[in-house]
Design a binder for this molecule. Structure first.
Ligand code: DLL
Length: 443
């Protein structure tokens, strides 16, 4: 079902006209109300009057996460506090969190784009949505919540954690849709198995998964384990939260961006020049309708590619590929760039492994050293009578290393672990642990 047929199937010409009108209004609002933008525009010698076409957006300066931190907490807001109704913040691994604000109208827009997203994933009015995204300052819980209610779904605001209770409510409330990070929903499915329950036998039909990078192989694992369609949803608090883009259940072929609200560019993170459609680069978003926290050319740090072909579902919006990873999480192993999601892809092709892993960054003297911890499944563990020594680890380790070498072109040290030994997440999975300074890189 298409939630907003008029906006989601709008032709290119009308869309661009609408985008330009909204862009001009946003640019004027930030120039007049946010000193940070006025200064940056002045440095580049541009004023709102210089934005006469969508192409002119390129004249405007980029905004980065550091700009949000430097203006903590409210320095980039464009409206008076009296007009605002909500704050959210992202945790951040060091220093101050990044804070974002919403007016009533911003919450309306957010609910609308998430309602579109849930409908795109297969949600329908009257059916039940089990929402395991964390409620609170994180945008996942409340973002999906408002969208689900807007669509007219019966919303279960269970939030993350207390997995046994999640399972009880899935059995008793019979939801059709589950939302959460892919790693946490996998954790729920595995807990069901441990309790002797079959995760394929629930009422669930669709899963709406995002908030962390995940691979195509992980999608197949979740679809098989839970007998559902696993849909990728993307968003970030700086732009609005979840609902920036989502796949449609009809095609599952790229994520439709709500591009009447968020204008997308993809740039080469080194040269800052735009890349061709289809080429991977850094996603950059400009908000077109936000009031409290409008944002111009925000460099997300997320790597993806664009596709402007019409989708078979009928939506006309520009689509982005699944996010390959964040620039900050990219590992450089002897000169080769690798994202954790690419390693995940390789691991899930090895039958004996479960989809849990951690990449440890260590120091070996003065040299950086990377170690991959993977976990064998229960059946494999039982085959070796619970004694890891009996397992032909060398052969398995060689196969894993070969898989990674042939797909990612890097040699990496692999440590095979017992079932259950890699920490499970109740929200965003921690895939990279930096032990060089005892700090966690990815949250
Ligand atoms: O994670 C918003 C969200 C909530 C999205 C629920 C989807 C579902 P932040 O906490 O600000 O917001 O984190 C945003 O998470 O820049 C990406 O690096 C990553 N991310 C979000 N969705 C995806 C996805 C929420 N589908 C950061 N695939 C973003 C890969 C994702 N990475």
């Amino acid at each position: 079902m298409i939630y907003n047929v008029e906006k989601e199937t709008m032709n290119k010409q009308d869309k661009e006209k609408l985008q330009l009108e909204r862009l001009q209004k946003t640019v004027r609002a930030v120039y007049e109300n946010v000193p940070f933008y006025q200064e940056k525009f002045d440095e580049k010698n541009v004023t709102p009057d210089n934005v006469q076409s969508l192409e002119d957006l390129k004249k405007l300066p980029f905004t980065k996460k550091k700009d949000l931190r430097d203006h903590y907490p409210f320095g980039l807001f464009a409206v008076d506090q009296k007009e605002m109704v909500r704050l959210h913040a992202s945790s951040g691994t060091s220093g101050k969190p990044t804070v974002v604000g919403y007016t009533k109208s911003d919450i309306e827009v957010w609910s609308e784009v998430v309602a579109r997203a849930i409908a795109s994933a297969g949600g329908e009015p009257g059916s039940v949505l089990h929402n395991t995204y964390g409620y609170g300052l994180f945008t996942g819980g409340l973002g999906l919540h408002y969208g689900s209610e807007r669509l007219g779904m019966v919303t279960v605001p269970i939030s993350g954690g207390n997995t046994a209770r999640q399972i009880l409510l899935i059995e008793d409330f019979q939801p059709q849709v589950i939302c959460g990070t892919p790693s946490y929903v996998l954790n729920i499915a595995e807990t069901m198995e441990k309790m002797g329950k079959d995760p394929r036998k629930t009422s669930l039909k669709f899963g709406i998964f995002g908030a962390e990078p995940w691979s195509e192989e992980m999608r197949q694992t979740l679809e098989k384990k839970l007998d559902i369609k696993a849909i990728d949803i993307y968003g970030l608090s700086e732009i609005i939260g979840p609902g920036v883009s989502i796949e449609c259940h009809e095609a599952q072929d790229g994520l439709h961006i709500a591009d009447d609200h968020f204008y997308v560019e993809v740039i080469d993170p080194e040269t800052l020049e735009p890349v061709e459609d289809g080429e991977y680069g850094e996603l950059v978003f400009t908000s077109l309708t936000k009031e409290a926290f409008p944002i111009i050319r925000y460099r997300t740090g997320d790597i993806a590619a664009l596709n402007r072909e019409t989708c078979k579902c009928g939506r006309n919006s520009v689509r982005m590929s699944r996010v390959k990873g964040r620039i900050d999480d990219m590992l450089i192993i002897r000169g080769v760039n690798v994202f954790p999601s690419e390693i995940e892809n390789c691991l899930l092709q090895v039958e004996e492994l479960v989809p849990h892993y951690q990449i440890l960054l260590k120091k070996n003297g003065t040299m950086d050293h990377i170690e991959l911890q993977v976990e064998v499944n229960k059946a494999t563990f039982e085959k070796c009578a619970g004694d890891m020594e009996y397992l032909n680890m060398d052969e398995l380790r060689r196969r894993i290393q070969h898989q990674i070498k042939s797909n990612c072109l890097v040699s990496i040290q692999v440590q095979i672990m017992e079932p259950g030994s890699i920490p499970r997440s109740e929200g965003k999975a921690v895939r990279i642990v930096d032990l060089r300074e005892e700090k966690v890189l990815q949250q």
